[in-house]
Design a protein. Structure first.
Length: 244
C-alpha cells in the first residue's frame, strides 16, 4: 500500500474510534452522573520505517493513543425527590454490585421492599465502613451534608463517599467506575445534596459540532484513499506498460 493510502487508512481508523466514543457520549446526554470520554491523538512510527532520502523525514501515522474520562462535575438539577442525592465537589457513591464494589456519581436511589437503600438496578448503596443502609419504608428521609441519613431524627447510616486520585478509575459499564490495579480509595470531600441529581457533563451542542467535523474529516480521508488507489492503478496500467 502506498504512503497516501496508508496514512489515509490510519486516519480513517482513528476517526472511526472517535465516532464510536462520541456516539456513546451523545447516547448518555440524559444519564445522571455520566462522564464524557475523550481521546488523545498521537503519531505512530513503524519499527521498519525509513527516512526519506531527500528530506530525512520519517513517515508517521495518526492514531488514538489512549482514551480518557473527563471527570468534570455536571450541572446539579433540583428534582424534589428525597431519594435523589448529588455530590457537590469531590467524591463518588460506593455501590455493592454483584461484581464487587463499584463507584458512581449517579445518586438516583430508592428503598427496596426489604428497607435497603439501593440504586435503581437494585444494587445496595454501601455504608461507610461496609455493609448496607437499612431504612424504614415510607418514613421520610433526611440527608446531612456528610452523607448521614436520618429517619425520625435518628441516624440510620452514612453513605460511603469515596475518592480516588487521577487515573485510578476506569469505566466498568452501567455508569459505574472500578479502581485500576486495586487502587485504594480515600474519603471524598464533597457535600451531599438531597433532592438533587448531577446531570451528565456531555455538552450536546459541542458534541454535535464535533460529530460533524469528524464526519467531514473521515470523508476527506476517504477521498484521499481513493486518489491513492487511482494513482496506483495508473502506475500499473500506464507507467509500467512496455512498448514493443
Amino acid at each position: 500500500m502506498d504512503g497516501i493510502s496508508t496514512a489515509a487508512a490510519s486516519g480513517m481508523r482513528a476517526r472511526m474510534e472517535s465516532l464510536e466514543m462520541l456516539a456513546n457520549n451523545l447516547a448518555n446526554v440524559e444519564t445522571g452522573g455520566f462522564k464524557a470520554d475523550r481521546e488523545f491523538f498521537s503519531l505512530y512510527t513503524g519499527s521498519d520505517a525509513s527516512a526519506d532520502p531527500q528530506t530525512g523525514d520519517v513517515e508517521t501515522l495518526p492514531l488514538i493513543q489512549t482514551h480518557w474520562t473527563d471527570l468534570a462535575q455536571g450541572t446539579i438539577l433540583n428534582t424534589a425527590n428525597p431519594l435523589d442525592f448529588a455530590i457537590d465537589g469531590d467524591g463518588l457513591f460506593a455501590i455493592e454490585t454483584r461484581a464487587g464494589v463499584r463507584y458512581t456519581r449517579n445518586g438516583r436511589f430508592r428503598v427496596s421492599a426489604g428497607g435497603v437503600l439501593t440504586t435503581l438496578d437494585g444494587s445496595p448503596v454501601r455504608a461507610q465502613g461496609g455493609g448496607t443502609i437499612q431504612l424504614t419504608p415510607n418514613v421520610p428521609v433526611d440527608v446531612l451534608p456528610d452523607g448521614t441519613i436520618q429517619q425520625s431524627g435518628a441516624a440510620a447510616g452514612r453513605i460511603d463517599i469515596s475518592s480516588f486520585n487521577h487515573g485510578e478509575l476506569d469505566k466498568a459499564g452501567a455508569n459505574y467506575f472500578v479502581p485500576v490495579n486495586s487502587s485504594k480509595s480515600k474519603p471524598g470531600t464533597g457535600t451531599v445534596l438531597q433532592g438533587k441529581l448531577e446531570q451528565s457533563n456531555v455538552g450536546a451542542a459541542e458534541s454535535a459540532v464535533r460529530l460533524v467535523a469528524i464526519m467531514r474529516q473521515f470523508e476527506m480521508l476517504q477521498k484521499a484513499m481513493s486518489i491513492g488507489n487511482d494513482l496506483n492503478q495508473k502506475a500499473i496500467q500506464e507507467v509500467a506498460r512496455v512498448t514493443t
